[in-house]
Design a protein around this ligand. Structure first.
Ligand SMILES: [Ca+2]
Ligand SMILES: [Ca+2]
Ligand SMILES: [Ca+2]
Length: 406
């Protein structure tokens, strides 16, 4: 501790002396030195412009590389130590050559590897909606957000249901989740399971949710930045998925007379939906779940969701709607696709995801992200399976794999 106090005093003196020595550089808008906790971005936004720019970074181990040729640079590192940055404006009239030191220090309050905040919870209609988490009269969008947060933050693992296609949740951690090279970066737990009757086959309950990620580019702490889709095998996705799928759900009339269907279906025309492919259908009601299925805190009479829709994965093995098996997507990096602990042919955990798999939602091209602040998960199938109800992604927990459990 003593050593650290000494270090800060030294730093303070450095700042004081720098202020006097380099006063004319104030218009550049950059300091000579910064202290940043690990996994927190430092936004370097020079106030001067020129023809071309160059940022060179020297890491604590001495490795030097040109890290950007843009005017602005976002410094974000996870390893502790002293980093030296050099910023050049390559311009004949106003050349700039500025050295900046960034001290990456340990965070003051130890980071949690788990979810700290739920930013938004907007499920689509479904049999577990208003129940997981539970809605009570008077609940609002904000109180339901808080209930969702209480259900999946930390190591609570109570879980939330996202309902039918498009229903989503947005959450984050108390730091930026780093994209470590050649490593998977985060884990998300769903409730998929293997069918005990079919050992060796990847079938059972599998209700895939697509993962979107974003970095807080504008540093306002809210997820209003560009989203990227986690897509492990973009070529496969292009082949099997429906891009730009849009669905609209209609609030049922509370006085609607139930229209019983086969077996356990208590209302087969319960909540109508239409999509942008000219199809329509219903989220049916079953006798196992008698509460309202349309999110009761939502005042809109219609809910619209858009995204990538995965194909149906169920097979009615009974032939009469009593026994379904869902096939897991072997090339899919989805939430609730594989059971917890499942591994692929290379021994990697199926529910561990790599930020390097991010693609542009429109372009479907890979992008490089240093880290992410926000994760959004939405149900990616529009499938109805008799007494099992609609296919809906459930989410119980998420974890940054680079922090370590406490
Ligand atoms: Ca990675
Ligand atoms: Ca933002
Ligand atoms: Ca599930």
């Amino acid at each position: 501790m003593k050593a650290r106090i000494g270090f800060y005093i030294l730093l303070f003196l450095t700042f004081v002396s720098c202020e006097t020595d380099f006063a004319p550089l104030v218009s550049l808008g950059l300091d000579d030195a910064y202290i940043a906790p690990r996994m927190k971005a430092v936004f370097l936004r020079p106030g001067l412009e020129g023809e071309a720019y160059q940022w060179t970074l020297t890491a604590p181990d001495g490795h030097q590389s040109v890290v950007s040729n843009q005017k602005d640079y976002t410094f974000l590192e996870s390893e502790l130590g002293t980093y030296h940055l050099n910023f050049k404006i390559l311009d004949e009239t106003t050349p700039v050559n500025e050295d900046i030191t960034v001290f990456v220090v340990e965070e003051q309050r130890k980071y949690s590897p788990y979810i700290s905040t739920v930013y938004e919870y907007r499920p689509a209609p479904g049999q577990f909606i208003n129940d997981m988490p539970r809605y009570v009269i008077g609940d609002t969008k904000e109180s339901m957000r808080r209930k969702a947060e209480e259900s999946i933050r930390g190591n609570v693992r109570r879980g939330v249901s996202l309902g039918g296609f498009g229903g989503y949740i947005i959450f984050g951690f108390d730091h930026t989740v780093m994209n470590i090279k050649d490593k998977r970066d985060f884990y998300i737990e769903g409730n998929a399971f293997n069918s005990g009757a079919h050992p060796g086959l990847e079938v059972g309950s599998s209700e895939s949710g697509i993962i979107l990620v974003a970095f807080d580019d504008n540093q306002n702490g809210i997820p209003d930045d560009t989203w990227y889709e986690i897509d492990w095998y973009p070529d496969v996705t292009k082949e099997i998925a429906y891009m730009d799928y849009e669905i609209k759900y209609y609030r049922p009339n509370p006085d609607k007379y139930p229209d019983p269907g086969q077996g356990s279906i208590s209302d087969k025309t319960y909540i109508k939906w239409t999509d942008n492919r000219g199809k329509e259908g219903y989220v049916m009601k079953n006798v196992f779940h008698n509460q309202a299925y349309y999110p009761q805190w939502i005042s809109d009479d219609e809910m619209v969701f858009r995204g990538t829709r995965l194909p149906n994965n169920a097979s009615d093995v009974s032939g009469n709607g009593t026994y379904y098996l869902q096939f897991m997507f072997p090339r899919g990096a989805y939430v609730d696709n594989y059971p917890d602990g499942a591994v692929d042919s290379e021994g990697n955990q199926r529910n561990h995801f790599d930020i390097s798999w991010a693609v542009g939602i429109e372009t479907r091209e890979r992008v490089h992200l240093k880290g992410i602040d926000f994760i959004k998960v939405y149900t990616a199938q529009n499938q109805y399976l008799g007494w099992l109800g609609e296919t809906s992604t459930e989410l119980f927990c998420a974890e940054d794999l680079h922090i370590g459990r406490q």
